[in-house]
Design a protein around this ligand. Structure first.
Ligand SMILES: [Zn+2]
Ligand SMILES: [Zn+2]
Length: 235
């Protein structure tokens, strides 16, 4: 325990963003009980994680899924949703560190198999509204704790429409050609981990993985903190 953290806790006690209980600095605004209550995803497709019907993945059947494997351990519900909202809307940036420590444990050796971590860029409009990209914060915390470099590799080249108001299929069309590799970014031959906050249709994540592979990346793993149905999205 760092003495500065101890002093900080005495003078500036922080509260769990889900239940309000007093927590220590090193809990990063989520208490252990609320982390334990993150609702877990059910076992699904070995590639994209979608729950299967009759032994077949409807998601991979209907489209090419570019990541070699997608990791997602939680559902966008309960305390996970509450803490993601704290990160996105209350700007409680430290929550990203807590997510990262939970995800690092879940990912295990996978982090040793990647050369670089990157993240799904936020739209310019969202970035201007919020002033930060929560996927970057999570990727950055994940990299800091595992010693893997974190780099911005992609940027939005055309804004497209507002995804929230679009149907499932429309989202896939809307993301085509929206991103490109940043000038000067090197991806050739690299094994990448692409981080996203919430997986809804996966259209943006899939398009980003496609662009990175097209740019010469050796492989792309992807990770989202949680999985949501379209209905569960926050405005
Ligand atoms: Zn709590
Ligand atoms: Zn699948």
């Amino acid at each position: 325990m760092n003495i500065l953290h101890l002093v900080w806790d005495v003078f500036f006690p922080s509260c769990c963003c889900c239940c309000g209980k007093t927590v220590m600095y090193t809990d990063y605004f989520i208490c252990d009980a609320c982390v334990s209550a993150f609702p877990e995803t059910h076992a699904g497709c070995a590639v994209c994680g979608t729950e299967q019907e009759n032994g077949e993945c409807s998601y991979c059947r209907e489209r090419h899924f570019y990541p070699e494997r997608h990791f997602c351990f939680f559902l966008y519900e309960g305390t996970l949703r509450q803490s993601m909202r704290a990160l996105k809307f209350d700007k409680t940036a430290f929550v990203a560190r807590r997510f990262a420590s939970v995800l690092r444990q879940k990912m295990g050796d996978v982090l040793n198999e990647v050369d670089m971590i990157s993240f799904v860029p936020s739209s310019r409009k969202k970035y201007l509204e919020r002033g930060f990209n929560q996927s970057y914060l999570i990727a950055s915390a994940l990299g800091a704790g595992s010693g893997v470099a974190v780099r911005p590799l992609l940027h939005e080249t055309s804004s497209g429409g507002r995804q929230k108001d679009m149907s499932y299929d429309r989202r896939f069309l809307n993301t085509m050609g929206r991103f490109s590799i940043k000038k000067g970014a090197q991806v050739a031959g690299l094994r990448l981990l692409l981080v996203d906050d919430v997986f809804t249709t996966g259209s943006t994540l899939n398009e980003c993985a496609r662009i990175l592979l097209q740019g010469g990346a050796k492989s792309v793993f992807s990770l989202s903190v949680a999985r949501a149905g379209l209905k569960k999205l926050d405005k």
